[in-house]
Design a protein around this ligand. Structure first.
Ligand SMILES: [Zn+2]
Length: 367
């Protein structure tokens, strides 16, 4: 009986949710974001005057910060005296409705009820991993997430032989019947040095990581300082500036995260410096018993307890991600110094934060 009631409820909910979606699908068109597009240029293309554009942006700082990439769509409905746009942030769940009706503008946050499907992509590597994936699926986000999954395994491009096979499954998100954007990659596989390595995207209350059993036995001195590792920029000691041609090394790793996300101590340590500088913004430097120092830059907030000499333990929250100092998008710049030299952090950190370890171990034990 309970079973029957559940079935009826599911049916009713499905039916109720389905109706408006179907109706809306008839009048919305999914529009591609084109190269160079910003929210302003999109509004201009659809007949919003400069005054109206200013009015829209002034309603919300989230709208001002809306991040659009070429692999995302927006929805448009245009009628004689009505224009409605639904815009979606590329990297967060944020979305907005922008409505102009008889010259009157309204904007509101919008919670899309995404229908999610899973697609499987497979192929072989020819040239770079990134390029090989981009040849199959037109999304920088997806290709870079696949790279993130193996950031801790692929030490050099030489580890991937030409013709190495790979596959992955990725979420496709639909709003009112139209494909809007890709979601997470959930399962991945690639041949590294002739061995198939698989990783799954694991989500727990303490974070989400790409993971397999051997991730737990990695002998690395630090836990991840954040609970979602999306690499925006790697350690590149010989990086050249694309325009000036001058050497402009990047001596840390950039983890892209929304402003306000927690930053954790990756191991027991002592605060040796903290404060603000024009380049680093709000920063903290910790010293650890293994002789290494770790640094955290561009923080929006430093935990009130942080002061020189303060002892922290693995997993303690020390700050929040931000975009202070020289910074264009919120991220954590994380660096490790050893014997006076900046070293590549990716080789010394585990793929998950301290607080996820037990949950991951429990999952492995279950299998
Ligand atoms: Zn950086």
């Amino acid at each position: 009986m309970i079973h029957l009631i559940q079935v009826v409820i599911v049916f009713l909910v499905t039916w109720i949710c389905y109706q408006p979606g179907q109706a809306a699908a008839n009048y919305f068109t999914a529009m591609p974001v084109k190269s160079g597009d910003t929210l302003i240029s999109i509004l201009r293309q659809h007949g919003f005057s400069e005054h109206e554009r200013d009015q829209i942006l002034s309603t919300s700082t989230h709208l001002q910060k809306l991040f659009l990439t070429l692999d995302i769509k927006y929805m448009l409905h245009q009628d004689r005296n009505l224009t409605e746009l639904r815009v979606y942030d590329s990297q967060t769940a944020a979305a907005f409705r922008i409505l102009k009706h008889n010259g009157k503008i309204t904007t509101a946050p919008y919670k899309p009820n995404f229908k999610i499907t899973l697609v499987r992509i497979e192929g072989r590597v020819h040239g770079s991993v990134l390029g090989s994936i981009l040849a199959k699926i037109d999304s920088n986000f997806v290709a870079s997430r696949f790279n993130d999954a193996y950031a801790f395994d692929i030490r050099s491009a030489r580890n991937i032989k030409s013709g190495a096979s790979y596959w992955f499954t990725v979420q496709k998100k639909y709003d009112q019947g139209a494909f809007i954007k890709y979601g997470e990659i959930l399962q991945t596989s690639i041949e590294i040095d002739g061995r198939i390595i698989k990783k799954n995207f694991v989500h727990t209350t303490n974070g989400s990581v790409f993971f397999n059993k051997s991730s737990l036995t990695e002998k690395r001195p630090f836990y991840a300082p954040v609970n979602y590792l999306k690499i925006a920029s790697n350690f590149q000691p010989h990086r050249m500036h694309p325009i000036t041609g001058r050497r402009q090394p990047h001596l840390g790793i950039d983890f892209e995260l929304p402003s306000g996300d927690p930053v954790f101590a990756p191991r027991q340590g002592v605060v040796i410096r903290h404060g603000f500088s024009n380049a680093a913004g709000n920063y903290i430097v910790l010293a650890h018993s293994n002789g290494m120092e770790t640094a955290y830059n561009h923080l929006s907030k430093i935990n009130k307890k942080i002061r020189r000499g303060y002892r922290v333990y693995a997993g303690d929250q020390i700050a929040e991600v931000g975009c202070t100092g020289y910074c264009t998008r919120a991220h954590l710049h994380f660096a490790i110094k050893y014997k006076g030299q900046m070293i590549n952090p990716i080789k010394y950190i585990k793929s998950y934060p301290y607080r996820m370890e037990q949950q991951l171990a429990a999952r492995v034990a279950l299998n």
